[in-house]
Design a protein around this ligand. Structure first.
Ligand code: NAD
Ligand code: MG
Length: 396
C-alpha cells in the first residue's frame, strides 16, 4: 500500500457505474459536500437519460455510455454543457484511465474488469464495490496493485467492516474474519417454497436496497460465497479462516477474531453510504447524513449458522476458492448467466446454483496468466452456462 495517499481537496473522482445503486449513493455523498470533489468522469451502460441528468448535475469532464448506439442521444442531451460525451466499451476503459485520484469501481459483473484494471494499473485509489472483478481475476488485480501501488479500498459492507476493524493490526494477530449475512428473503423458507419463488419475491431483500443482480445473489447466498472469495483476496485470508454468520438485523457488518481471543466488529445502520464514505474520505472519515444507529431501538441482535443444504452456493464458492486457477472465473460467469436467466423467467430459483455447479463440472480448469486468459475463460463459461440454461428450459 502507498504510504501517504493525498488528502488534497478537491479530490478528483471518477465513478464507473454512476447510474447504479452504488454509483448514485456515491454521488449523493459528493452532493453533501460538493466543494470537496471534482468529477473527472461518469460512466453507465444503457440508461442514457439518467447518465445525462447526473452529468448535468455533477459536471464531469466526460460522460461515457457503454452502448454505442446511444451516443447521439448522449451528445444531444449534453449539447452546450461543455461536458464531453463518448460511447463504447473502450471509451469506458479510457475513462477509467483518466487521471482521477479516486475511482469508484461500481460496475456490476465481470464487465467491470477491464475498466477497474485500467484504474488499478495507473495507481489510483480504487474503491472496490465490483466484487465480481476480484472473484474472476483476483490474482491479476493484486499483481497489478503491487506493481502500480494502487490503493484498494473495500466498499462491500462486510469487507469495509473488516478493513475498519483491522486498521493498524498486524496480520499475524488476525486469526479469522467473520462475514455476516442477513440470510436474504428466504432465510426461513423450505426448499419446496424456494423452488417456486418469483424474481419479484427474490428481489425483495429484507434489509438492503440494491441493484437486481446482487439482490438475487443475496437471496441464493451466492453473494456471501462471492464475498468469501473477495475476502481471500482483499485480506490474504485462507478459505478456512473466513467464517460466515447469519445475522438477520444486518447491524454488525462483519467481525475479526484476533489471536488473544478478542473480536472486533463494525456496527452501523444498513446504509451503503457509510462504507462508501469511508472509502471516499480515505484516509480521513467524512461526515454523512446516514441515520445514527440506536441500539435501544434495535433491541436485539440475533445470530445463526448458515443452512448449507438450502443454500449450496456457500459450499460451491468455498470449493472454487480451494481449487483456484480458473475455477472462481467459471463460477462467477455461470452465476451471472444463471441470475439473468432467472430474472428473465427462464429457470427456477434453485436452478441458479444447479447451473453454476454443472458449468463448473463441465469445464476443465486451467491457470489464467493474463487478462485475455480471464476474458476467454469468462466467455467460455458464459456459453457453457447458457447451454445449461437451455437444457433446463427444455426440461420444463
Ligand atoms: P446496479 O445494477 O444498480 O448498477 C450497475 C452499474 O453498472 C450501472 O451504472 C450500469 O450502467 C453499469 N453497468 C452494467 N453493465 C455494464 C456493462 N456491461 N458495461 C458498463 N457498465 C455496466 O448494481 P449495484 O447494486 O450498484 O452493484 C454494483 C457492484 O457493487 C456489484 O458488483 C455489486 O455486487 C456491488 N455491491 C453493491 C451493493 C449495493 O448495495 N448495491 C453492496 C455491495 C456491493
Ligand atoms: Mg456485502
Amino acid at each position: 500500500m502507498r504510504e501517504a495517499p493525498s488528502t488534497e481537496r478537491p479530490r478528483s473522482v471518477t465513478i464507473l457505474g454512476a447510474t447504479g445503486s452504488i454509483g448514485r449513493q456515491t454521488l449523493n455523498l459528493v452532493a453533501e459536500d460538493p466543494a470537496q470533489y471534482r468529477i473527472e468522469a461518469l460512466t453507465a451502460f444503457k440508461r442514457v437519460d439518467e447518465l445525462a441528468s447526473l452529468a448535468l448535475e455533477h459536471r464531469p469532464k466526460i460522460a461515457v455510455i457503454g452502448d454505442d448506439a446511444l451516443l447521439p442521444d448522449l451528445r444531444e442531451r449534453l449539447a452546450g454543457s461543455g461536458i464531453a460525451a463518448a460511447a463504447g466499451r473502450n471509451a469506458i476503459i479510457e475513462a477509467a484511465a483518466r487521471p482521477a485520484e479516486w475511482v469508484m469501481a461500481g460496475i456490476v459483473g465481470a464487465a467491470g474488469l477491464e475498466p477497474t484494471m485500467a484504474a488499478v494499473q495507473r495507481g489510483a485509489m480504487v474503491a472496490f464495490a465490483n466484487k465480481e472483478c476480484l472473484v474472476c481475476a483476483g490474482d491479476l488485480l493484486l499483481a497489478a496493485v503491487a506493481e502500480s501501488r494502487a490503493i484498494l479500498l473495500p466498499v462491500d459492507s462486510e469487507h469495509n467492516a473488516i478493513f475498519q476493524a483491522t486498521r493498524g493490526a498486524r496480520a499475524a494477530d488476525i486469526e479469522s474474519v467473520v462475514l455476516t449475512a442477513s440470510g436474504g428473503p428466504f432465510r426461513l423458507q423450505t426448499l419446496d417454497d424456494m423452488a417456486r419463488v418469483t424474481p419479484q419475491q427474490a428481489m425483495a431483500h429484507p434489509v438492503w436496497s440494491m441493484g437486481p443482480k446482487i439482490s438475487i445473489d443475496s437471496a441464493t447466498l451466492m453473494n456471501k460465497g462471492l464475498e468469501i472469495i473477495e475476502a481471500h483476496y482483499l485480506f490474504g485470508m485462507q478459505e478456512s479462516a473466513i467464517e460466515v454468520l447469519v445475522h438477520p438485523q444486518s447491524i454488525i457488518h462483519s467481525l475479526v477474531r484476533f489471536r488473544d481471543g478478542s473480536m472486533l466488529a463494525q456496527l452501523g445502520e444498513p446504509d451503503m453510504r457509510i462504507p462508501i464514505a469511508y472509502a471516499l474520505g480515505w484516509p480521513r472519515r467524512i461526515r454523512t447524513s446516514a441515520h445514527r444507529l440506536d441500539l435501544v431501538e434495535v433491541g436485539r441482535l440475533e445470530f445463526e449458522a448458515p443452512d448449507l443444504t438450502r443454500f449450496p452456493s456457500l459450499s460451491i464458492c468455498r470449493r472454487a476458492l480451494r481449487i483456484k486457477d480458473g475455477a472462481p472465473t467459471i463460477l462467477n460467469a455461470a452465476n451471472e448467466v444463471a441470475v439473468a436467466a432467472f430474472l428473465d423467467g427462464r429457470i427456477g430459483f434453485l436452478e441458479i446454483c444447479l447451473t453454476v455447479e454443472n458449468t463448473m463440472d463441465a469445464i476443465s480448469n486451467r491457470t489464467l496468466d493474463s487478462l485475455d486468459d480471464v476474458l476467454a475463460m469468462n466467455e467460455e463459461a458464459r456459453c457453457r452456462a447458457d447451454e445449461e440454461v437451455q437444457r433446463l428450459e427444455r426440461r420444463v
